[in-house]
Design a protein around this ligand. Sequence first.
Ligand code: ATP
Length: 368
Amino acid sequence: MIKLTGLVKRYPGRAVGANAVDGIDLEVGEGKLTTLLGPSGCGKTTTLRLIAGLERADAGTVEIGGQVVSDPARGIFIGPHRRPIGIVFQSYAIWPHMTVVENVMFPLKVSRPRPRKGEARKRALEALDAVGLADFAERPAPALSGGQQQRVALARALVREPKVLLLDEPLSNLDKGLRGRMRDEIRAVQQRLGITTVFVTHDQDEALAVSDDVVVMNGGHVVERGIPHAIYTYPRDMFTARFLGVSNSLDGVVESVGPEGATVSFGKRSMLCSQCEAIEAGQTVSVFMRPESFKLSRRQHSDEAWPGTIEFSIYHGDCWDYHVRLGDDLLKVRVYREKVGLEHGDLVFLEPDPDSAIVMPAATGMAA
Ligand code: ATP
C-alpha cells in the first residue's frame, strides 16, 4: 500500500551527510499497522511527513496504493490534500469554536469533490461512531476530555475514508492511564476498519503492543524490521537490542559449540547460549540478556550459578529490579515476586536462561 524507495530528505542549513532521512526503502502492507520506532531525531516524523506530502523529498519515490505521489527526479509531487491519507498529530488541534461534528466535517469541506452538507454530516457521524463518540456530536469541542479530543482527531482523519492513516506520536500528550486505553482503542479501530496505518513512536512498549510490523530506525536509516515478537526476542542488531530494553551485555569468548548451543566464557563465569548460529569456538562475542532472563536465589542451586552481591534495588509495583555486582559487571535482574527482602551487600546466585541470551559477534553488533 505504501512503498518508499531510496527516500532522502535533508533540511536546509543542515550539513552535507546530515540527512534527516537517509535512503529509506520500505514497504507497508495493506491493512497492517506498521510502527516507525526509534530515538528522538532518528527521522521517524520526517518519514511520516514525506509520506503525507507535508515535506518534499530531495530524492527517492513515495508510492501510495500503486500511485507515485512524489518523485523529484521526474518532477512529480502531489500535495497532501490530494493524497489518500488521514493524519493525526501529537497536538491534536481540535478547533475550539466548533462542535465535535463540525470538527470532523471540516476536512470534507475543503476536499475535492466536496460532498453535499447532508452527506458530509452523515459521514462525520459515521466516523464519530467508529471511534465511539456518536453521542458527543453536538457538544462544543472544548467540553471534551483530552482522550475524547484525541478520538475526535482520529475521526477527523478517518472521515475522508483514506487508504492510509498516519499517526504521529498521537498519545504523547495524554497521561499514562489514558495513553494505554487510547492505544488499545486505536488498535481496535484500525483492525475493525482494516486501514493501512503508519504509527510513529519512540515508546518501545507502545510499538510492541499495537503493531503488526515494527520498523526500528536510527540516524535516518532503517536498522531492522519485523513482527513485534521477533524484534523483541531475537533482535538482529545491537542497537535494536539496547533500544528494546536489553540492558545487560557481557563480553566473552566462545569456548565450544555443540548441539545444545555455544558455551561462552566470561573469565571465571560461563554460560550456555542456545540461540546462536554461525558462531565458532574462539570467537569474541557480546552476550545480551534481558533483566527477566535470570533466576535469582539466595542459595546456590547449581554449580553453573554465578555468585554476586546486591548493589541496589528499584521497586516498580509489579516487580523489583535488583542490580547485582559480579566483579566489574553490574547486571540488572528483574524479579516478579513479593519482595524477597534483599539489601545492599547480600550474596545472591544468578542462573542465566540459555534460551533468552542473544549472541552477537563483538565487532559487528549484528546477531549471530
Ligand atoms: P522526535 O521523536 O524527537 O520527533 P524524530 O525521530 O521524529 O524525532 P525528526 O523530527 O524526523 O526525528 O528529525 C530528524 C532530524 O531532522 C533531526 O536531527 C531534527 O533535528 C531534524 N529536523 C527535523 N525537522 C527539521 C526542520 N524543520 N528543520 C531543520 N531540521 C529539522
